[in-house]
Design a protein around this ligand. Structure first.
Ligand SMILES: Cc1cc2nc3c(=O)[nH]c(=O)nc-3n(C[C@H](O)[C@H](O)[C@H](O)COP(=O)(O)OP(=O)(O)OC[C@H]3O[C@@H](n4cnc5c(N)ncnc54)[C@H](O)[C@@H]3O)c2cc1C
Length: 486
């Protein structure tokens, strides 16, 4: 039931300060935290009556401004996190949109099921994963999150709900649609059977770009998931020097109760690592930042050492081990420092895809741009992808490079120029930018990367003619309906 106009917001709405994950964007918004669809409708009605725009937010684990709405309203869906149905025979699960991916694992993994396309951030919500159309380490095999969705319930600006399955004309607009068409209320996902919760991990060094692409081509047929650590500091013939971490599911014959025990210990260990990692980084974060003042020599030496160690281990034939998939998939998000420490107060994260056909040239060019910056990236990760049909899609038949930059204050402008050059090079090569990791894209760049944005806006005009749903990102990249009406 929609409430009549009131002066004060409903009790589940309050003004709050919010920052982007990297910490450089600070906002103040009226945040609603509904627990039911009725409260969602109430929040929409309240905003409509006051001429406020609204932006849906999941777990807020995107790096930039895609789930922020400065001076306006946010609807934080994280308390709508119930598991509504689990159809084991069909391997499908229906959850409320704020459910975190790790909660789905906890519900089904012991039944020998997995959710492909899970990003490293296990605390991402299902709706956040849909709207940013995230990708996992298995992206070339199982595609992006779009490929895992069976059905979505969408709450429209007018308060009505709509059921959208894969054959619905709006499917490819809502998925990857950065929350601009409505509020996702619940979702049914397709899970996949696995032989056990364990994978065999192989660490495979590659001496340069040619070796990397050659080995990746083989791994893409022999393995189920892979992620590549790239040494962005290696130059000349060594450009593209890297270590591929490739995983394949293995058979094991544990009883279900034993599997539950093993997994329970696995979740606890991830939690402990998160607490330990956070405590460590809170304590030593400033020291890390200080050390990064000498980041060029430090990263150069660290990378050389890491590569040499992996090469040595691979020569001794001990570069494989068995571990829980959970750990392979999510560990980094538990142990790697939070984004504001990795990237620092002046930093950037950017993930760029480029087509397979020009992968060699793209990798060499993008790493060359990084090396010309006074502060090359502190982490560089490569993944393989496969395309989908979403209007705003990051995935394609190719690879992506993810860079994290931690520039010193005096190098902030130079670092920004490097990021702009990376984006321009990617756009020129017909590549894409991951919006969940972007905080700098301009309208001109956005229009070139995602030319089907016009189709998205046409659908938005139909579903949300008053432009109720928007975000800071939509305003920045020039797709806010208010801007387009001018
Ligand atoms: C450590 C780390 C590792 C990461 N690894 C990966 C990775 O491997 N692969 C990858 O692709 N991404 C990765 N990410 C990015 C992250 O997975 C995505 O940003 C994801 O979208 C975060 O989900 P969220 O619930 O926090 O979404 P939010 O950031 O809260 O929102 C994301 C988008 O979804 C919209 N939205 C959220 N909920 C709703 C709703 N109910 N209805 C309508 N719209 C909604 C928001 O408006 C926004 O546009 C990583 C992030 C971190 C911090």
């Amino acid at each position: 039931m929609i409430q009549p106009e009131t002066q004060t917001p409903p009790s589940f709405m309050e003004w709050k300060e919010l920052t982007s994950l990297v910490g450089s964007i600070r906002t103040h918004s009226l945040v609603a935290r509904p627990t039911t669809i009725e409260q969602c409708r109430e929040a929409l009605a309240y905003c409509r009556q006051r001429g406020m725009t609204i932006c849906a937010r999941g777990a807020g684990r995107g790096y930039g401004d895609l789930a922020l709405n400065d001076g306006q309203a946010l609807i934080d869906m994280s308390d709508m996190n119930r598991i509504l149905d689990f159809n084991e025979e069909a391997a499908q699960i229906t959850v409320e949109s704020g459910t975190r991916l790790i909660d789905i694992y906890q519900a089904v993994h012991h039944r020998l099921l997995t959710l492909p396309a899970s990003p490293t951030e296990s605390h991402s919500s299902v709706a956040g994963a849909i709207c940013a159309n995230v990708n996992g380490k298995d992206a070339w095999r199982h595609g992006s999150f779009a490929h895992q969705i069976v059905q979505i319930t969408l709450l429209l600006a007018n308060g009505e709900t709509m059921t959208i399955d894969r054959s619905h004309e709006l499917f490819n607009a809502v998925v990857g649609g950065i929350g601009l068409l409505g509020i996702i209320v619940d979702v049914t996902l397709q899970l996949r059977p696995i032989p056990s919760p364990f994978v065999e991990i192989n660490r495979i060094p590659a001496s340069n770009t040619d070796a990397l692409l050659d080995k990746m081509a083989r791994i893409e047929t022999s393995h189920d998931a892979a992620v590549v650590w790239v040494d962005a500091y290696a130059r000349g013939r060594k450009t593209g020097r890297s270590v591929i971490h490739a995983a394949k599911w293995i058979e094991r014959h544990d009883s279900e109760s034993r599997r539950r025990e093993i997994l329970e210990a696995g979740y606890n260990r991830l939690d402990e690592h998160r607490r330990f990692g956070l405590a460590l980084h809170e304590k030593f974060g400033p020291v890390l930042s200080l050390m990064l003042q000498a980041q060029r020599p430090m990263m150069y030496s660290f990378n050389r050492l890491y590569y040499a160690m992996c090469q040595l281990v691979s020569l001794t034939g001990r570069s494989s081990n068995t571990e829980l998939f959970l750990r392979f998939c999510f560990e980094a998000s538990f142990t790697v420092p939070p984004a504001y420490l990795v990237c620092g107060p002046h930093g950037y994260t950017v993930q760029l895809t480029f087509p397979r056909s020009s992968a060699r040239e793209a990798i060499i060019e993008l790493l060359g741009i990084c090396q010309s910056s006074p502060c090359p990236p502190v982490t560089t990760i490569l993944r393989a992808h496969k395309p989908d049909d979403c209007l705003i899609s990051f995935s394609e038949d190719g690879y992506s490079l993810n860079f994290e930059f931690h520039p010193k204050k005096r190098h902030e402008a130079a670092s920004r120029r490097a990021v702009d050059r990376l984006i321009d090079a990617t756009v020129r090569r017909g590549g894409k930018i991951h919006l969940a990791k972007d905080q700098v894209l301009t309208p001109e760049q956005f229009y070139r990367v995602f030319p089907r944005y016009r189709d998205l806006l046409a659908i938005k005009q139909r579903l949300d003619p008053d432009g109720l749903f928007t975000s800071d990102l939509a305003r920045r990249v020039g797709i806010d309906p208010a801007l387009n009406k001018k």
